[in-house]
Design a protein around this ligand. Structure first.
Ligand code: S3P
Length: 172
């Protein structure tokens, strides 16, 4: 398994529920690389859940920690990184991560994501009765920027094993 930049990171981006974490773990296993999930990285460092962070300190505080995480991980190499759905909405994060390797977009349809995230309680941006409306609005707001940020785009409605395989093929 080789990548454009020999020791670069593989950075997975896409909307919440696009499969970044699941697919990232599979790729890391197959390629014998280390997997890092940015949300988990932040949770471990802070010793607190993302949902609690949002609730107690607000989204801005979370975004600050996310920028720190992006900067730190961009200094490393050879990692498979699953970003959070909002990470690449900040152009500085995108620039940092892009310079550290290759960005691949997991492009899942709104319909698929709606199905996967139905009843999800773990994502603060989708909590409450407006869940479906918020999801739809964010999805539409963000699609263009994901596309512009990514070096490669792979369809991501298929099962995670297939998506992982496709990415590995695309990077050969
Ligand atoms: C967010 C996505 C989440 C997490 C946070 C904010 C977003 O990550 O970072 O809840 O802005 O889309 P996942 O994409 O892993 O759900």
């Amino acid at each position: 398994f080789e990548m454009k930049k020999e020791f670069g990171n593989l950075v997975l981006c896409g909307f919440m529920g696009s499969g970044k974490t699941t697919v990232g773990k599979l790729i890391a296993q197959k390629a014998g690389r280390t997997f890092v999930d940015m949300d988990q990285y932040i949770e471990q460092k802070q010793g607190v859940r993302i949902s609690e962070l949002f609730a107690s300190q607000g989204e801005a505080a979370f975004r600050k920690l996310e920028r720190e995480a992006a900067r730190e991980l961009a200094q490393k190499s050879g990692l498979i990184i699953a970003t959070g759905g909002g990470t690449l909405m900040d152009p500085e994060n995108t620039a940092e991560l892009k310079s550290s390797g290759i960005i691949v977009l997991l492009d899942a349809s709104l319909e698929k994501i709606q199905k996967r995230l139905r009843g999800d309680q773990t994502r603060p941006l989708l909590s409450g009765p407006e869940h479906d409306e918020n999801l739809r609005r964010l999805y539409l707001e963000r699609s263009d920027r994901y596309r512009l940020s990514a070096d490669r785009t792979v369809p991501a409605d298929a099962p995670a094993v297939e998506v992982a395989e496709q990415i590995l093929q695309a990077l050969k």
